[in-house]
Design a protein around this ligand. Structure first.
Ligand code: HEC
Ligand code: HEC
Length: 367
């Protein structure tokens, strides 16, 4: 008589192999099932970045405006000093922001807030930390004039562009009309260019579209936590944020070192008491590339930013492995950054307004 053990011993090598294969297939099948369930939940909350954006505010994007906008983006002559272009503070080589605490503009002045990335900004419901500009075109008119940024005026910008014959030609071509060189059209061209600053094909996007192997096991756990703990109730949609406004400190207000008392966020836009310290839920695409964090730029470590969010927004002290997993997931939001040719800019003419380096207080009232 054979007992159980000896019967097993009699299994042919092939039988052993096939039972191993069968059981590992079973494990794989259950992983695949778990991945499918995770993907289904995620697809209900988030969307992949599209391959391209073809219209903005219902208007088709015009290629000649994109090309002109690319030049304007890199042209420091849009600033009073001729030293500062949009790319200074939104460097397209390093994630579309500047990686300093708060931006530094005209005359080395420090602005009040950290520079957000311009990558995928086209998908945000409104622009700026407090949403005060409705869209990219309205937004672009801000930094050109802000005294602590490019410190220029619409009239001086128009005079600069009109003094450069190639620009006159390009504006005419891009907008199809005479007298096309206007401040408004410059903002329009910048916005058209910015619609091309998108970063598709992040590992997270590949996971959403069906590739189980696009995320590591830890990133999948992080994604699950991101949904289960409630991060996704504010950070959702195509940009995992950028869609709605919430108090920074819904449950517990962070200290003044992280949330400076003088910046009351959306209150300055709406003048409504309930909007004090309310900010747009940050878009989290490419967040691993854009330290430091928060509008104050006070936090350099993404893990620390995640822990602060758990505490301030959810009243939940995340443990170390939860923080690590969520942070690993956030790293999966880094997409393919567009390869952008550095444009050759048309030269100035003798009538181009000259650079002025003075600080605003020292300016002559010439214009
Ligand atoms: C001196 C640095 C500086 C310069 C130069 C600058 N920006 Fe910004 N940009 C910032 C800062 C800081 C913010 C956030 C300000 C706020 O929210 O109050 C910002 C916000 C933005 C946003 C909003 C993004 C979002 O997610 O809300 C866009 C888009 C943008 N800038 C585009 C531009 C363009 C176009 C130019 C050139 C015309 C430009 N910036 C020049 C510093 C700068
Ligand atoms: C109640 C809404 C809400 C919840 C819940 C929430 N956040 Fe936020 N999040 C915000 C707001 C608002 C900001 C902008 C804060 C500021 O003004 O700097 C933000 C900013 C961030 C930033 C900084 C991004 C940057 O570019 O500076 C990160 C990272 C972040 N959140 C991750 C998370 C994670 C992870 C969770 C879950 C543990 C979470 N958030 C939960 C609303 C929320």
């Amino acid at each position: 008589m054979h007992d159980q053990a000896s019967r097993e011993n009699e299994m042919t090598p092939n039988a052993v192999l096939s039972s191993i294969v069968a059981s590992s297939l079973l494990v794989a099948a259950s992983f695949a099932h778990a991945d499918a369930a995770l993907r289904e939940r995620a697809n209900a909350l988030f969307k992949p970045i599209p391959e391209r954006v073809t219209e903005m505010n219902g208007e088709k994007i015009v290629e000649a405006q994109v090309q002109l906008g690319r030049k304007l983006w890199f042209d420091p002559r849009l600033s009073r000093s001729h030293l500062i272009s949009c790319n200074n503070c939104h460097n397209l080589s390093i994630g579309g922001s500047d990686n300093v605490k708060v931006s530094v503009g005209h005359g080395w002045q420090r602005g009040p807030r950290n520079s957000p990335t311009v990558f995928n900004a086209v998908f945000n419901v409104a622009q700026f930390w407090d949403g005060r500009a409705a869209d990219l075109k309205e937004q672009a008119t801000g930094p050109l004039q802000a005294p602590v940024e490019m410190n220029n005026t619409p009239a001086r910008i128009e005079a600069t562009l009109r003094s450069i014959p190639e620009y006159v030609e390009e504006f005419t071509k891009a907008f199809g009309s005479a007298n096309a060189v206007t401040f408004d059209n410059a903002a329009r061209a910048l916005a058209a260019f910015e619609t091309t600053l998108i970063t598709p094909n992040a590992p997270f996007d590949r996971f959403l579209k069906g590739d189980d192997n696009a995320l590591t096991a830890e990133q999948k756990e992080g994604l699950r936590l991101f949904m289960d703990t409630g991060c996704a109730s504010c950070h959702n949609g195509v940009n995992l944020g950028g869609q709605a406004y919430f108090p920074f400190g819904v449950v517990k207000r962070p200290g003044a070192d992280i949330l400076p008392e003088n910046d009351k966020g959306r209150f300055a836009v709406t003048n409504t008491a309930s909007d004090e310290y309310v900010f747009r839920a940050s878009p989290l695409r490419n967040v691993a590339l854009t330290p430091p964090y928060f509008h104050s730029g006070e936090v350099w470590d993404l893990e620390q930013a995640v822990a602060i969010m758990g505490d301030s927004q959810l009243g939940r002290e995340l443990n170390d492995s939860e923080v690590r997993a969520i942070t690993a997931f956030l790293h999966s939001l880094t997409g393919e950054l567009p390869q952008i040719d550095l444009p050759i800019l048309p030269p100035s003419s003798p009538s181009t307004p000259k650079p002025e380096l003075d600080l605003p207080g020292q300016l002559e009232s010439s214009d």
